[in-house]
Design a protein around this ligand. Structure first.
Ligand code: SF4
Length: 436
């Protein structure tokens, strides 16, 4: 007689158990009841361990072999991909939950599609290889391979459609690029004319499907990425810090290898140097002439100010012109700007220019303009594409990033509050880094 039976059918147990056994069970139950929380904790632990072993068994199929790369990763920063193959890390609790949730949603969708009677699911986790040479390929698995029967103008067709399922917190307006790359790999590998990316919004309880048509141009794009990664790994090296080089710092912020990679170390400035931050548009450059030139080119009265533009089209045009490298040549030095920069250089500090209002497509033009004006600031931090931080947040975030490798000793900004926030942020990071 087990404890299960005893608790399940006490009447039967009454007769099956001796008095001593019953007493033993009762004692055992009361010892459990003296610490009831332990049962909840046991279930939590069991769930975590079960989820981890499910992830582990999947990972066994994902053991890295030089030359075989994952389509789900191929769009990511090349350096991050290399790290993930060379230094795989166990998943965080959040990643584990995402993995388990994704798996459950996948099973649910396959079941629902089968039940519909309209579509048949011909295979799940279908293995595919897209080979680029005899030593490099993308190897992945299609979530589901669907067979759709189409009845058109009296003719019946059957179409195989790979389906890739993604769970998301909200539905995207467009397919995510990494998912597009992944599905494109499957289409090219098996020569399917099209596939479907299906997003499942967990919180909203909605789904959205996108048809992706096979695009042969993608073969060259994928090949180039795979070869760059493969050649680096084959030679025992690492590919470029792609996200950092392309200033996709949002990717770095989310990267599990941020510390190992150190993407904020600037090649031209040795670690531990003393640096001074200059706000470009309030301290270093006078942009008034540039703004006047744009107003004039828009055909407005020279006395107009940007805030006087009420027409939406014209306003849009104004901002586009402000983002154009063509107008950077109208930037002039702000009063005493060169002196301030030279003074910092004399003190052995490296001047770094920062601007939250200048987009990074103006990087080269701004650098050239500063050189023409004789202002020796060669390292610039401008607002990268897709960054919508406020001015204060943009600068404090960058000060903190710089604090990882440098000693930020002085800030030149339009207002004292921002300067003090930036300084605090840089110093806090510096202290944290030095103490490590
Ligand atoms: S930190 Fe940035 S550059 Fe470095 S590996 Fe990660 S994403 Fe790539």
């Amino acid at each position: 007689m087990s404890l299960d039976n005893y608790l399940h059918d006490r009447n039967e147990a009454e007769t099956a158990l001796s008095g001593a056994e019953r007493e033993k069970f009762e004692k055992w139950v009361s010892s459990i009841l003296s610490d009831p929380k332990s049962i909840a904790a046991t279930i939590e632990d069991a769930l975590k361990s079960g989820m981890f072993s499910e992830w582990e068994s999947e990972s066994i199929n994902h053991k890295f072999r030089l030359g075989s790369y994952y389509p789900s990763m191929v769009e990511k920063c090349l350096r991050a991909q290399a790290y993930s193959y060379l230094f795989p890390e166990p998943p965080t609790a959040e990643e584990l939950a995402i993995f388990a949730e994704g798996k459950a949603i996948h099973e649910l969708i396959a079941l629902a599609l089968r039940r519909s009677g309209l579509i048949s699911v011909e295979g799940s986790e279908v293995s595919v290889d897209l080979e680029f040479s005899n030593e490099a390929k993308l190897h992945g698995r299609i979530d589901d391979l669907l067979l759709i029967r189409i009845d058109k103008a009296g003719e019946k067709f059957k179409l195989f459609v790979p389906l890739e399922i993604k769970s998301a917190s909200t539905l995207p307006d467009e397919p995510r690029q990494s998912h597009y790359y992944q599905l494109s790999t499957y289409l090219l590998a098996q020569d399917y004319p099209l596939g479907v990316l299906l997003y499942w919004a967990k919180r909203e309880g909605r789904v959205k499907a996108f048809t992706i048509v096979k695009d042969d141009v993608m073969r060259a794009v994928l090949r180039e990425r795979v070869f760059e990664l493969h050649e680096a790994l084959k030679s025992g090296g690492l590919p470029q810090k792609e996200a950092s080089v392309t200033r996709d710092y949002g990717q770095c912020e989310r990267c599990s290898y941020l510390e190992r990679c150190n993407p904020y170390l600037i090649d031209s400035i040795p670690a531990n140097s003393k640096v001074s931050l200059f706000d470009l548009d309030s301290v270093v450059l006078d942009t008034s002439q540039k703004r006047r030139a744009i107003i004039q080119d828009l055909g407005l009265s020279p006395s107009s100010r940007p805030s006087d533009i009420h027409d939406d089209e014209l306003k849009k045009k104004y901002w586009e012109m402000l983002d154009s490298p063509k107008y950077v040549e109208f930037d002039l030095p702000a009063p005493q700007a060169p002196d301030k920069v030279y003074e910092q250089l004399k003190l052995g500090r490296v001047p770094i220019g920062i601007s939250s209002s200048r987009r990074d497509n103006l990087l080269e033009a701004t650098r050239a303009r500063l050189a023409n004006l004789g202002i020796p600031i060669f390292q610039l931090i401008l607002r990268e594409h897709g960054n919508y931080d406020t001015d204060g947040k943009f600068k404090t975030r960058w000060a903190s990033r710089l604090g990882i490798n440098y000693d930020v000793v002085e800030i030149f900004d339009r207002d004292a509050v921002t300067s003090s926030l930036i300084m605090k942020s840089a110093q806090a990071k510096r202290t944290q880094t030095v103490e490590k």
